[in-house]
Design a protein around this ligand. Structure first.
Ligand code: CIZ
Length: 318
């Protein structure tokens, strides 16, 4: 870590009454600098509960938007304005409106990896850790539209037995992990547990032992008796997995599973972001309130707050 840079950041952070959030997929030095690390929703919920005036979100745009949706009184900064999410960009609000016009009785469920506009058009939001529960909460005869991730959608459909209208979106970083990667990793580390994210393709998930969101992976690794783990998600999470579990070993399923957008955030950009108060992520109020409704409906069908849920309901799903 560049000590001078990080000292400057800490100083400015105090002056601005700011907090720094880092997603589990961020570079290690950004995670080490952050006040909180975690998944996008847990981070946004945490930030909303603080007295900070400024949130620096080290992640991608939809994550900063989620923080802005939950913290209308705070300034939300994304250190690199080009840090987008190709998966979130695979569906627009107009495309979802058209899907809803074609299925007027359907409930629209959107994965948190979506733009604020798409959330605003949705009845429910969900995360990869609660998507099954959100879908299960809907009446059995209700048609369901699920956007934008087809792999998470198919996984939820299989687990719940509910047929869903799936949008063909996908995360290119998770799609880069192949069946051969899992087979090769298993050959190299035969005693390792394979943890895969639900955004992975179906064949990869079928070859894995545990299908887990990032928060669930962290919890599973902490609690498991296993000593070695193959990790089939963005490789940034391995930094925290190693830090939290010094006696255990973690291997990426594929070294190609690196999200170029997540890696746009650097220490320099975090500093510039606080110096110049850019790039502000603003969600227009009429979009924000509708998007928040989708998040609130999600929380209502779950028994606890997203934070405690992550801890208490983060059990494996396979
Ligand atoms: O919602 C998030 O933070 C993402 C992208 C994945 C996860 O499993 O936490």
């Amino acid at each position: 870590m560049n000590v001078q840079l990080s000292e400057k950041i800490q100083q400015l952070k105090k002056e601005r009454n700011a907090i720094i959030l880092a997603h589990n997929y961020q570079p290690g030095e950004i995670q080490d600098l952050a006040d909180f690390t975690g998944d996008s929703l847990a981070l946004s919920v945490k930030a909303a509960g603080t007295e900070a005036d400024v949130i620096v979100f080290c992640g991608v745009r939809f994550m900063a938007e989620t923080a802005a949706i939950l913290s209308p009184g705070k300034t939300v900064l994304l250190p690199d304005k080009h840090a987008g999410c190709p998966l979130a960009d695979m569906i627009t609000a107009e495309q979802l409106r058209e899907l809803k016009r074609n299925h007027p009785d359907a409930a629209a469920v959107c994965y948190v990896n979506s733009s604020a506009e798409v959330k605003a058009e949705s009845d429910y939001c969900c995360t990869s850790s609660n998507a099954i529960e959100v879908v299960e909460s809907l009446p059995g005869n209700k048609e369901i539209i699920f956007v934008p991730d087809q792999h998470l959608g198919r996984f939820v459909s299989e687990k719940t037995g509910r047929e869903m209208i799936l949008w063909p979106g996908y995360c290119a970083t998770h799609a880069a992990i192949t069946e051969d990667d899992i087979k090769n990793a298993r050959t190299a580390y035969p005693d390792a547990v394979v943890m895969a994210h639900p955004e992975c393709t179906e064949p990869v998930k079928k070859l894995s032992d545990q299908i887990l969101s990032t928060g669930q992976m962290l919890k599973y690794a902490r609690q498991s008796e296993a000593k070695r783990f193959i990790v089939a998600t963005e490789t940034g999470i391995i930094h925290t997995l190693k830090k939290e579990n010094p006696g255990k070993e973690f291997f990426p399923a594929s070294k190609r599973a690196v999200c170029p957008n997540m890696k746009r955030i650097t220490l320099e950009k975090v500093l510039w972001s606080l110096e110049d108060m850019h790039y502000q992520v603003i969600v227009p109020e009429q979009i924000r309130t509708r998007a928040k409704n989708a998040l609130d409906r999600m929380v209502k069908v779950l028994p606890a707050s997203p934070d405690s849920r992550q801890a208490s309901r983060g059990g494996p799903t396979k």
